[in-house]
Design a protein around this ligand. Structure first.
Ligand code: CTP
Ligand code: MN
Ligand code: MN
Ligand code: MN
Length: 365
């Protein structure tokens, strides 16, 4: 190799939120391997270990070229001993035996079924769903949501929101805002330019959607957020307190014979779906999250609900450890100045935190 020993092949900042992380990156084999181990650790309730693998995965995904050998990784942060061992295995043997064994284990496979459907941890899935709901829509929910389907849900949600509160704004958040072409669900953030008008909006929107026959399941929670002198929420709590609705939509394909899902399956060369009898009925179930934020918290809510989870988590860690601030989906609190820092855009929040702005497409950590 021509590469000089002194000049590192790659360099990377140590916090995920200091970097641009796209999808899927230049090292898919490595990142997929680390993702399996991260998942497995998470499923086993070992969060610390899961997080370590997630950080390694994100680091590799942020690299702008393919890793050729272990020497390329010299000086890079976030890569622990275990991750490096796995990477070496894959680089040398084309596969990691630990990853293969993990994937083959029945525990991993069983857990995958559940988390694969909901895109959430097992605990969350159990909390939100009765087994009946889970089984009833299993086949549909197990199918990734396409961008076309997300757009179709957007149209329905916008129509409902607009009819119950004219002037309200609907923003597509979550993975689709980050430019992902498929997802577990569709996330929407709703607000109104006049503070206070948004109160109770979720219930009204849900009632409207329900009356129009678009909901198969919904569970609404009230807004319980209040600013406190102690600062913006507990850093350990990932859950925000917005008024929100966890729902399952009945997405009709509008009688279009070119069902987007079938078209995509064909394009990808997959077998047509045998589990859901989707071909015999003109609709399918899609997970949708609706969240309502007051306009004063909108920038924080948008940042929080755009994700990814790891990106958010790293931003919060950066805030606490590097800036003595606490960041949540509601607010940013400066512990030194003992005051909240307001923001009306995501850019302002990055700037308050002394971070370079990372656009949504770069937050796919
Ligand atoms: N989120 C949150 N509070 C929750 C649930 C989710 O703040 N109670 C945030 C997550 O941290 C994430 C974003 O909302 O940043 C979207 O969550 P989710 O839909 O679970 O993940 P996506 O990134 O959209 O990916 P997917 O395609 O799997 O849905
Ligand atoms: Mn989502
Ligand atoms: Mn979601
Ligand atoms: Mn109801």
């Amino acid at each position: 190799e021509e590469q000089s020993v002194e000049v590192p092949v790659f360099s990377a900042a140590s916090y995920v939120c200091q970097r641009h992380t796209g999808q899927p990156g230049h090292n898919p084999l490595l990142t997929e391997s680390l993702a399996v181990l991260a998942e497995s650790a998470e499923l086993n309730g070992d969060e610390g270990r899961g997080l370590a693998f997630r950080r390694s995965e994100a680091l590799l995904r942020s690299l702008d070229r393919r890793v050729q050998g272990m020497t390329d990784l010299r000086g890079l942060p976030c890569l622990g001993e275990h991750s490096r061992r796995v990477i070496q295995d894959v680089l040398v043997n084309g596969r990691s035996s630990e990853v293969e064994e993990t994937k083959a284990s029945s525990r991993y496979k069983a857990m995958k079924v559940l988390t694969g459907v909901f895109g959430v941890g097992v605990k969350t899935a159990k909390r939100w769903f009765t087994e009946g709901i889970c089984l009833k829509h299993y086949a549909d929910l197990n199918q990734p949501v396409t961008r076309d389907e997300a757009d179709s849900v957007s149209v329905t949600v916008e129509a409902a929101v607009c009819s119950v509160l004219p002037g309200a704004q609907v923003t597509l958040a979550g993975g689709f805002r980050r430019g992902k072409t498929s997802g577990h669900d569709v996330d929407f953030l709703i607000t109104h330019p006049d503070e206070g008008k948004e109160e109770g909006l979720v219930r009204k929107v849900v009632a409207c959607l329900e009356s129009r026959g678009f909901l198969l399941y919904h569970q609404t929670t009230k807004n319980t957020y209040q600013e406190s002198a102690q600062g913006a929420g507990r850093p350990s709590s990932n859950m925000d307190r917005f008024e929100r609705c966890f729902s399952i939509f009945k997405l009709t394909n509008g009688g279009d014979p070119r069902d987007t899902r079938r078209a995509q399956e064909q394009a990808e060369g997959r077998e047509p779906d045998q589990t859901a009898s989707a071909g015999s009925r003109p609709w399918r179930a899609v997970r949708v999250d609706l969240v309502v934020s007051p306009i004063s918290q909108f920038a924080f809510a948008l940042l929080g609900w755009t994700g990814s989870k790891l990106f958010e988590r790293e931003m919060r860690r950066w805030a606490v450890h590097e800036k003595s601030m606490t960041l949540s989906s509601h607010a940013l609190y400066d512990k030194n100045q003992e005051r909240y820092l307001r923001a009306s855009s995501e850019e302002e929040i990055f700037s308050h935190l002394g971070l370079e702005y990372v656009s949504p497409s770069g937050r796919n950590a």
